[in-house]
Design a protein around this ligand. Structure first.
Ligand SMILES: [Zn+2]
Length: 172
């Protein structure tokens, strides 16, 4: 099942668009997949509160290029564009990535940088496969992701969000 980004209807996986409002299935984005995203093959869900556990499982998968993307459409969205919040393994280290691909991620770049600096974290701007993104590694990465979901998008800590994993299967 996937959740329609426009009307929140639950839709069976075999359909690409919503029967109720014709909204399109959410697409994830990642710097490690070409063409930088697509439809998740399997529906998975996790909440902001589960980020530490998600990161732990990603870390255990231990392969460069493995990633996980949280996808959600903010409640104030006018265009139904999803936010993508990624964690990935690069050079053996799990990090938080704010991808500058989707319109909403690009629009909210300053808010994310602001929040990170308020928390005492710093994001480094990088480029991979021709895509720009902000990356942070270290012990604060799960808190940063959870706080972005909570403080920037006002989503409850225990609300389930769509999840896309690459290279491992999320075990809630
Ligand atoms: Zn719909």
């Amino acid at each position: 099942m996937w959740t329609c980004p426009k009307c929140s209807e639950q839709i069976e996986d075999q359909f690409d668009s919503c029967w109720k409002c014709a909204g399109e299935a959410p697409q994830f984005q990642s710097i490690f997949s070409k063409p930088f995203g697509g439809r998740p093959k399997k529906s998975e869900e996790a909440s902001a509160a589960e980020i530490p556990k998600v990161i732990k499982q990603l870390k255990q998968s231990a392969q460069a290029g493995n990633f996980v993307v949280f996808m959600f459409v903010p409640s104030d969205s006018k265009d139904g564009e999803a936010v993508n919040l990624q964690y990935s393994i690069d050079s053996g280290v799990v990090g938080f990535d704010w991808l500058l691909i989707g319109p909403r991620n690009i629009a909210d770049r300053a808010k994310v940088i602001d929040l990170a600096s308020k928390l005492g974290f710093s994001l480094e701007e990088r480029e991979e496969n021709g895509c720009r993104f902000l990356r942070m590694t270290g012990s604060g990465i799960s808190e940063l992701g959870a706080r972005i979901i909570q403080d920037v998008y006002h989503i409850r800590r225990n609300r389930k969000l769509d999840l896309m994993t690459q290279g491992f299967e999320w075990q809630p």
